[in-house]
Design a protein around this ligand. Structure first.
Ligand SMILES: Cc1ncc(COP(=O)(O)O)c(C=O)c1O
Length: 348
């Protein structure tokens, strides 16, 4: 059947998220979820909200959540926007800045959703390849694109970019610089100060990873009010439900819970990083809750991915020329990572 979609929609592939197996019993190290549960305060807040008030629409401004975010991160409320996950905020950026034929510039490889969102707009990605060490490519600033996006820490490499390099890039780009900080809590830097001080920087955060709330869909954006005015025009009015607003507020109030989990994940990350070389993988230095590891001697990582999956251990494999030798492994609990390492040892 020929469906009369817009030309660009008819032609494009949709985004393919990492596998979420419906079958039980998998060790899931493929979508960078937190292996630890969210704060008990979050669960209490959700239960308290789950009542008769659900018949009413939520606050379109998610004010309770945004006010807590402003307090937690040291921003004026007028510089905070909330999203149904940071994917929702990325979609707002694409809708607000990318028109038919426009380019969005980003270093590659990176989060592939950027490409999908830009294609939906009828635009295109201008990808500037990262050098082998994943430092920021010098050519980024020269693109003249209206929007430049840098994920820092980046996915799938796990590597981070120093704030000074991002500040320098913000000075040189022609338009707006978006810093996608989905994994920043696992690193030792953040560009939030740039969103406070500069007029052309948007910093995006998510509660999916460090706050163990991937299932609630809560994202935060920080930028100058003039930028947020545009994003609000293209935002779905009720983009966060009542439960998400309550959960997000409670999570941000219990930063200590998140920090304890981060410390555990960083410790497990260190042991994963040190074990991989003896198993024939070179890991890239990780600032996130996952590790990209490259198989030695240029061999494809696909058979390893497939054998791990057969053993009910899911990691992420990317079938592209640059990444076909690599596995991206989410840092799970010590037991989960121990099971992965034991399986790799057996397969050697
Ligand atoms: C770089 C990056 N940005 C954003 C997201 C989206 O996160 P959220 O769950 O907040 O939509 C992800 C999720 O994997 C990611 O890897």
């Amino acid at each position: 059947m020929r469906v009369p979609f817009r030309r660009t929609i008819g032609r494009m592939e949709g985004y393919v998220p990492g596998e979420q197996p419906q079958e039980e019993g998998f060790i899931k190290l493929n979508t960078n979820e937190n292996p630890y549960p969210p704060s008990p305060a979050v669960l209490r807040a959700i239960r308290a909200e789950a009542g008769a008030s659900l018949r009413l629409y939520p606050d379109p401004g998610a004010t309770r959540l945004r006010s807590q975010a402003a307090l937690t991160y040291g921003f004026d409320l007028s510089r905070v926007i909330a999203g149904n996950g940071s994917d929702d905020l990325l979609a707002m950026v694409a809708r607000a800045f990318v028109g038919e034929g426009d380019a969005l510039c980003c270093p590659t490889p990176t989060y592939t959703l950027y490409d999908t969102l830009v294609r939906i707009q009828g635009g295109r990605i201008k990808g500037i390849p990262y050098p082998e060490d994943y430092s920021l490519p010098a050519a980024l600033a020269a693109s003249r694109a209206k929007v430049t996006i840098v994920a820092s820490p980046n996915s799938p490499s796990g590597t981070g970019v120093p704030t000074a390099s991002l500040a320098d890039l913000a000075d040189r780009v022609a338009g707006v610089l978006v810093v996608d900080e989905a994994y920043a809590d696992f690193s030792d830097t953040t560009a939030l100060s740039l969103a406070r001080e500069r007029e052309n920087v948007i910093v995006l955060r998510t509660l999916s990873k460090s706050f163990s709330l991937a299932g609630m869909r809560i994202g935060l954006g920080f930028a100058h009010p003039a930028i947020l005015a545009g994003l609000n025009k293209v935002r779905d009015s009720y983009n966060l439900g009542r439960l998400a607003i309550a959960a997000g507020e409670a999570a941000l109030k219990d930063i200590g819970w998140m920090e304890k989990n981060i410390a555990k994940i960083q410790k497990t990350r260190a042991s994963l990083l040190s074990a991989l070389p003896s198993l024939g993988f070179s890991p890239f230095p990780s600032q996130s809750n996952f590790v990209l590891a490259k198989r030695s001697r240029g061999r494809s990582a696909r058979p390893v991915y497939e054998e791990l999956k057969r053993r009910k251990i899911l990691v992420r494999y990317f079938d592209t020329p640059r990444l076909s030798g690599c596995l991206r492994i989410t840092v799970g609990t010590d037991d989960e990572v121990g099971a992965l390492l034991a399986a790799l040892r057996e397969m050697l």
